[in-house]
Design a protein around this ligand. Sequence first.
Ligand SMILES: [Cu+2]
Length: 475
Amino acid sequence: MPRVRVDVSSLGAGWNPTLEWYAKAVAKLQTLPATDRTSWRYLGGIHGYKRETWISKGVITDKDPLPPDTEWDGRMWNQCQHQGYFFLPWHRGYLHAFEEIVGATVKALGGPSDWALPYWNYFDGDSALQMHAAFTDPKMPDKTTDNPLAAPPRTNTALDKTKISLDAMKNKIYTSASGTSGFGGGVTIFKHFGGLTGALELNPHNSVHRRIGGFMEDPNTAGLDPIFWLHHCNVDRLWAAWLTRKDHVMEDGDAWKNGPVRKFEMPGPDGQLHAFTSAETMPGGRLAPTYDDLQNGTGLPAVSSSLEEVEAEAMPARLSSEPPPPATLVGANSGRITIGETAATTDVRLQPQATELAGLAAEQRVFLNLENIRGRASSATLTVRISAPAAASALTEGSSFSQSIDLFGLAESSGADGEHGGNGISVAIDITEIANQLAPDSGTPVEQLEVRIEQEDAEAPVTVERVSIYKQPVG
Ligand SMILES: [Cu+2]
């Protein structure tokens, strides 16, 4: 029987069989040793593992046996792919493996054979911003057993609707050209962290991790929170929905389809390891998921076709092995800035031929880039404000640009622990709208933009290697 993933809110407000079986399976998997490839901790370690963190948070003791060396160094543990175009296919394979293992456990415990992972559709109205009650009830329905779904530490169990957005769904191209934001991220090799973040990964993905906090805001513990899987299931569904639109361009180059040379691998319910490619996660592929709905809470304009028709079409998005249109650098600041407790302001000078910003925006998308963001915290939030001092009249009150950026896996991508590449995270944000407002007929051409960056709850300061502006032709 195929597993059909449904909106968790459609299961009802209180405990229901799907979540009760989920809780029972989680409890069962949590009793297994971390060396067991189907255990809760092994599955969490695939996403991320750091010995000190796991010991200090009580996930393991310093005596617990761990998987053999041959399953380290990103082979199995610390494998998750972020800040690049493998983010979506890797996590799809990860969700599949998880669902198969939980599903087999549910069945072994006497439950249904078609248990499927539900998704948290947090864009389905205000009530959906609150985590489902089964994730906050301290006890199981029997009112005596501790509920493993509510156990992990969290800062919030509700999301802030002003901090999450479906803007990513407006991106028509999957792959981010250097200096731009595409739907799925920049071209990369097998990489745990560090690179150009895709639009969907940045928000809502990172924003939900950051907002829930606790285990969820650190990639080394995120997979140990049962809500992680419902969040990722929704991110995955947004990709599935995005693929149903004909005007979207999906990556189809061999380097993406076949995956990196170092293959992605996941355990099956039998504990055997299986390699997979990105191509196998695509509609029609071995690891393609089935969702009950690909419209509600996706931000995509409604289509007349029913779900059945959408499924029959499999993948209307156009496949392309061509690289995305390249972007051109049109301006940059003078170099590294440090944020932390004090906000930093930097001038981004536009190259002489680029000072007519309206010319920039016509038939172009314009992106503000924060390049190689580094920091010691596992996650961080920056608020970016843009103004144009020389064109104050053009930027009327209320039209000034402000956006918050949530970073996930900052320490891992910064090489703070010396284990990883250390290039930091690069983010490109679409500022086409603000560029359009800086029309040349409003007076003196704009020669520079002032960019002010604030850091929320600055536990450890963040550095940005360069702030730059790129333009990319449309289509
Ligand atoms: Cu995640």
